[in-house]
Design a protein around this ligand. Structure first.
Ligand code: FAD
Ligand code: SF4
Length: 510
C-alpha cells in the first residue's frame, strides 16, 4: 500500500531499518514548520543546525534511492503545522498507510497519537532504534521509589551491556572514578581546539529572517562550526577519541576564561538528532582505549561511558516515567523572573558573563557551566523553573525537552523535590573559584560574604539554606551545611541575609 513515513528533525538515523531497502510505494517526508519554531524561542544556531542537518539527511536519502518529500519553511503550500502538512500529502498522493517513529518529546508524541486517531487510513509506529533502553525501562527499574538513583541504573547498564566489566565486577574494582576525575585545569597538558566545520549557512539565515522566525543568540553564518551530517558527526567522534578522550575525565568539571570546551566532545547535537548512536560512540571510545591503554586511563573512559550509557539514558527514562506532571513541578515554589542579562551576558559577575556569553555565542556550554554557574545562580536567586526551562530549551543546540527538562528542572533546579538529585546542586564562590579561573578576573571578591563587592554567590548560598531550612535541614545529604551555618558567629547570618536581600532586589544590575 502507498505509505507515507514521517521523519522528525531529531530522527536523522540513517541506519534505521526503514531505510534497509528502497520501496517505490513508500514516501518519506521531512518538514520545516513554524509550529516547531513557536513552542519556545530558539537560539538561531539551533534552528540553522536542525534545518541544515535535515536538508542533508533528505539529500542523502534521495541519493540512496528513496522517495523523499522535503517541505521547506518558505514553500508556498507549507501549512506550517505537522498535522496539516501530513493531511495535505495524504490526500495529494492517495496515501493508504501512515507511519512515524516514536517521538522523544511528550508534546509530539501526544500530537501524533491523536493525529493517527483522526485518520481513516492504516497507521503504524516504529521505534527510533537509537537508545539503549526502552521508554519505560527506568520507570520499571525503580518501581514506585520516590527518588531514582542514577548510580544503581548505571551499574545495571554496565552489567547488562558488559561494558568495562570483568565478569560481574567492574574493571579496576570500582564503579566510579569521579574522585580521580574532576580536577581544575592545571596547564599540565595542552588544551585542544574543538573540531569545527566551515559551513556557509547564510542562505538559510536569509530564509529564516524572511519568514519572520523569532530567535535569540548570535551566529557567524558564513563559518558555522557544528557537524551537520553523519559524516561530520563521525569525524567529530574520531577527533574526540584521538585528541580529547585522554583528558576527558580529569578536566570534565573544569572551566576557563579562555577556552569554552576543554576536553568535552561536543557530540550532543549529533547524538540528539540521532546522526550517530550511543552504541557507535561507546564502541569507538572503547576501541580507542583498547589501542592506547598507555595514554588513556580507565578513569577517563569510565567518566565518559557514565555520561552516555548512564546519565543520558537515565534522563530519558525519568522523562517518560514522570511526564507530563514533571513539567509543572516547583518544589521551592520559586517565582522570580530570570535576570535580563540571561539574554545578553551583560553582568559584572565574570563567571556568569562568560558562561552565558558563550551560550549566546555558541549555543553550547559544558555540563558544569550549565549546572554550577548558570543553574546555580537561577536556583539561588529563586527563579521560576518554567522560565529556567524555557531559557535552557531555547539556548542550547542539543536541547530537546526529554534531556533538557530533566537536567534543568530536575538536576539543576531541584524542582522535582529530589527524584533525580539527592540534594540541590548549589555552591558558593569557593566551588567556582576552585574549578575555574573566573574569579581572578571578576569585579566581585570571591572571599567576601557581605560588604563592598562581596560575591553574590556567597550570600545567596547561605540565604538559600536559611530560607529553606524547614524542607532541607532534615535531608542527611545537606545536614552538614546546616551544622556549619548554625556555628556562624552571632551576627554573621543576619549580615549575610541582609546582603542577599540587597542583591535579590537588584539582580538585573549585578
Ligand atoms: P560531554 O561532556 O562530551 O559528554 C558526552 C555525552 O554524554 C553528551 O554528548 C551527552 O549526550 C551525554 N551527557 C552528558 N551529561 C549528560 C546529562 N546530564 N544528561 C544527559 N546526557 C548527558 N544535554 C543535552 O543533550 N540537552 C540538553 O538540553 C541539556 N540540558 C542541560 C541542562 C542543564 C541545566 C544541565 C546541567 C545539563 C544539560 N545537559 C543537556 C547535559 C550536558 O550538559 C550536555 O549533554 C553536554 O554539555 C553536551 O556537551 P558534550 O556533547 O560535549 O558532552
Ligand atoms: Fe563568579 Fe563570584 Fe567568582 Fe565573580 S567572584 S567569578 S561572581 S563566583
Amino acid at each position: 500500500a502507498k505509505t507515507l513515513r514521517l521523519i522528525l528533525g531529531d530522527q536523522l538515523n540513517s541506519k534505521h531499518s526503514w531505510f534497509a531497502k528502497q520501496d517505490p510505494e513508500v514516501y518519506y517526508v521531512l518538514m520545516e514548520v513554524m509550529q516547531e519554531q513557536e513552542y519556545v524561542t530558539h537560539h538561531l544556531q539551533k534552528i540553522l543546525a536542525f534545518f541544515a542537518a535535515m536538508r542533508n539527511f533528505a539529500h542523502q536519502l534521495g541519493k540512496a534511492g528513496h522517495q523523499v518529500i522535503y517541505i521547506k519553511l518558505d514553500d508556498t503550500d507549507n501549512q506550517q503545522h505537522i498535522d496539516k502538512n501530513l493531511q495535505q500529502l495524504i490526500a495529494k498522493h492517495h496515501i493508504k498507510r501512515f507511519e512515524y517513529q516514536l517521538p522523544d518529546e511528550y508534546r509530539l508524541d501526544e500530537q501524533l497519537k491523536s493525529f493517527c486517531l483522526s485518520l481513516n487510513i492504516e497507521t503504524g509506529v516504529a521505534d527510533t532504534e537509537h537508545f539503549l533502553t526502552t521508554r519505560y525501562e527506568v520507570r520499571d527499574f525503580f518501581g514506585d521509589r520516590k527518588s531514582y538513583l542514577m548510580e544503581n541504573f548505571y551499574r545495571s547498564m554496565r552489567t547488562r551491556l558488559s561494558i568495562l566489566m570483568k565478569g560481574d565486577q567492574p574493571l579496576g574494582d570500582r564503579w566510579n572514578f569521579d574522585h580521580d576525575n574532576r580536577k581544575k585545569y592545571d596547564n599540565k597538558v595542552p588544551l585542544q581546539e574543538p573540531i569545527l566545520f566551515n559551513h556557509d549557512v547564510s542562505a538559510l539565515k536569509v530564509m529564516i529572517d524572511k519568514m519572520g522566525v523569532k530567535y535569540f543568540g548570535r551566529v557567524d553564518a558564513e563559518k558555522f562550526g557544528w557537524p551537520l551530517s553523519r559524516k561530520e558527526a563521525l569525524q567529530s567522534l574520531n577527533y574526540f577519541c584521538e585528541n580529547l578522550l585522554p583528558h576527558f575525565g580529569t578536566y570534565e568539571d573544569a572551566m576557563l576564561n579562555g577556552h569554552i570546551s576543554l576536553f568535552h566532545s561536543r557530540l550532543s547535537f549529533a547524538q540528539n538528532t540521532k546522526m550517530i548512536s550511543p552504541v557507535e560512540i561507546i564502541t569507538a571510545v572503547l576501541s580507542q582505549w583498547d589501542k592506547n591503554k598507555e595514554d588513556i586511563t580507565l578513569a577517563q573512559v569510565e567518566g565518559f561511558v557514565r555520561q552516555v550509557i548512564g546519565w543520558r539514558e537515565f534522563m530519558r527514562g525519568v522523562y517518560w516515567a514522570k511526564m507530563p506532571e514533571y513539567a509543572t513541578l516547583n518544589f521551592f515554589n520559586h517565582k522570580s523572573q530570570l535576570p535580563k542579562w540571561f539574554w545578553d551576558g551583560n553582568t559584572k559577575m565574570n563567571c556568569l558573563s562568560k558562561c552565558i556569553g558563550q551560550s549566546l555565542n555558541n549555543a553550547w556550554a559544558h555540563h558544569i557551566q550549565r549546572l554550577m554557574v548558570i543553574g546555580n545562580f537561577a536556583l539561588l536567586s529563586g527563579s521560576n523553573p518554567d522560565e529556567v526551562d524555557e531559557w535552557y530549551l531555547g539556548v542550547y543546540i542539543d536541547a530537546l525537552q526529554w534531556v533538557e527538562i530533566t537536567n534543568t528542572r530536575g538536576m539543576s533546579q531541584f524542582a522535582d523535590g529530589g527524584i533525580i538529585a539527592s540534594k540541590p546542586y548549589v555552591a558558593s564562590a569557593a566551588y567556582i573559584n576552585k574549578m575555574s579561573d573566573y574569579c581572578k578576573a571578576c569585579h566581585y571578591d570571591y572571599k567576601k560574604k557581605y560588604g563592598d563587592r562581596a560575591c553574590p554567590f556567597n550570600s545567596l548560598y547561605w540565604n538559600f539554606f536559611d530560607r529553606n531550612a524547614e524542607t532541607l535541614e532534615p535531608n542527611p545529604r545537606v545536614g552538614m551545611m546546616y551544622n556549619i551555618m548554625r556555628k556562624f558567629p552571632a551576627d554573621e547570618l543576619r549580615k549575610i541575609n541582609e546582603q542577599a536581600e540587597v542583591y535579590l532586589g537588584m539582580v538585573d544590575e549585578l
